[in-house]
Design a binder for this molecule. Structure first.
Ligand code: GLU
Length: 428
């Protein structure tokens, strides 16, 4: 979403330009990679339950598919913008490249608020999105997945519509499907768990024990929930989480200095990640203002809500105790705030590395779906851990070797891989 003057696409392009300069990328490759190669903009008329018809705007951006079919989620959000989806499609390309899976980058969205739509309306919306795109997506072209406010239920409706149109069963068309219906065990946990695997590796590299650390998390959606769960299971203390309240139209921070009970918080959270603040008091939580999560005296900050959350206005509120920021969301730190964080020497695990666990597990799901043979959960999570750990180590090593900020080091790896693919294909 764009807020005020912030534009995530400009942010994504300036991050790219900076590293294209560092590695001396040629002009044609720069032009090719700093924008999506294909964009689809379309309307989706939906018959509403009250008999009226509402027209929604839908999108799919395919940034690059030189390394494999485009891959990325579909977001449902009232403030969704074209430029946000462009930026996110670009980040997907770098994300798949940094974890070295054979997929490209894509992202889709519908401007809508699913919280105000009935189940039937959501189903018709999902089917409408697929009808407009059925010829331009598919297991070997572009493979969608869940993202902000979409889940397995939406993916299955989309798969069903795709299969109706194409006349067959193509479970590899979409990922994040429910387990038992082509989904992979571990996919729900994958993004949050993957993030904590990278945090664990970072702490190891500072010779710190996770048991002696504390964290504050922004958001309590899928990524934040499973990050909090695994971090706590490994011995860390989650001091605060923030969560959007859809009645009050603002977020609150829920804090318990001795450590929040994450499974108990799960039980009072709705499917969109909103914690019931009337029940939070019973769990011993203090209910604080929206931005309180960023001011906590903790070792680790995990922004895992939306883009553009750490800005010039609040970056100064970060406690001196914080030594690590792991970006669970895509683009949570804006360009200006990132400059300050970069200079402060704080260690950042950049978004497209930190949250790559989701798409990595989506890749495993696609492999399982295409083979129609499904793995045990332990096997999925072990493979996920191995992939995330080795990607983290490679980025850390590059950062060390060339004295780079972690974000730039991750970009160096990804851009080089994608640039090599477009060159080998003879595109530039
Ligand atoms: N939406 C997730 C992301 O931004 C997952 C994408 C996928 O699994 O394709 O990484």
């Amino acid at each position: 979403m764009t807020h005020g003057s912030y534009n995530p696409y400009e942010n994504a392009q300036s991050q790219f330009d900076r590293v294209a300069e560092i590695i001396g990328l040629d002009e044609a490759t720069r032009v090719l990679l700093r924008q999506p190669m294909k964009e689809y903009h379309f309307t989706i008329p939906v018959h509403m339950d009250d008999g009226s018809t509402k027209v929604f705007n839908g999108y799919r951006m395919q940034h690059n598919d030189a390394r494999g079919p485009a891959k990325g989620g579909i977001r449902f959000h009232p403030q969704e913008t074209v430029d946000t989806i462009r930026a996110l499609s670009m980040w997907m390309t770098w994300k798949c490249a940094v974890v070295d899976i054979p997929l490209g980058g894509g992202k889709g969205g519908i401007i809508c608020d699913p919280r105000n739509l009935t189940e039937n309306e959501q189903e018709r919306l999902c089917r409408g999105w697929v009808r407009q795109l059925a010829k331009n997506v598919g297991p070997f072209i572009d493979v969608p997945a869940p993202d902000v406010m979409t889940n397995g239920k939406h993916m299955l409706w989309m798969l069903d519509e795709f299969e109706l149109i194409h006349g067959g069963r193509f479970p590899g068309f979409i990922t994040g499907k429910p387990v038992g219906m082509g989904g992979s065990l571990g996919r729900t946990e994958a993004t949050g768990y993957g993030l904590i695997y990278t945090v664990r590796e970072a702490l190891k590299s500072f010779a710190m024990r996770i048991e002696n650390t504390s964290a504050s998390i922004q958001g309590f959606g899928n990524v934040a929930q499973y990050a909090a769960k695994l971090y706590q299971e490994l011995g860390g203390t989650v001091v605060a989480v923030s969560s959007w309240d859809n009645t009050d139209k603002k977020a609150y921070t829920f804090r318990k200095k001795s450590g929040l009970d994450i499974p108990a918080l799960f039980s009072i959270t709705d499917p969109f990640g909103s914690i019931d603040k009337n029940k939070a008091g019973d769990l011993g939580c203090e209910i604080l203002p929206e931005d309180a999560w960023i001011e906590e005296e903790v070792d680790i900050l995990i922004p895992a809500a939306l883009e553009n959350q750490i800005t010039l206005e609040n970056v100064g509120k970060i406690s001196k105790q914080v030594l690590l920021i792991a970006e669970g969301a895509n683009g949570p730190i804006n360009t200006d705030a990132d400059e300050i964080i970069r200079k402060s020497g704080m260690f950042v695990i950049p978004d497209f590395l930190a949250n790559a666990g989701g798409v990595t597990c989506s890749y495993f799901e696609q492999v399982q779906s295409n083979a129609n043979y499904y793995w045990e959960k332990d096997e999925v999570l072990q493979k996920l851990d191995a992939q995330m750990t080795s990607a983290f180590k490679a980025v850390k090593e590059t950062a060390k070797k060339h004295d780079l900020y972690m974000r730039d080091a991750a970009y160096v790896i990804s851009i080089n891989r994608v640039a090599q693919a477009v060159k080998m294909r003879g595109w530039v």
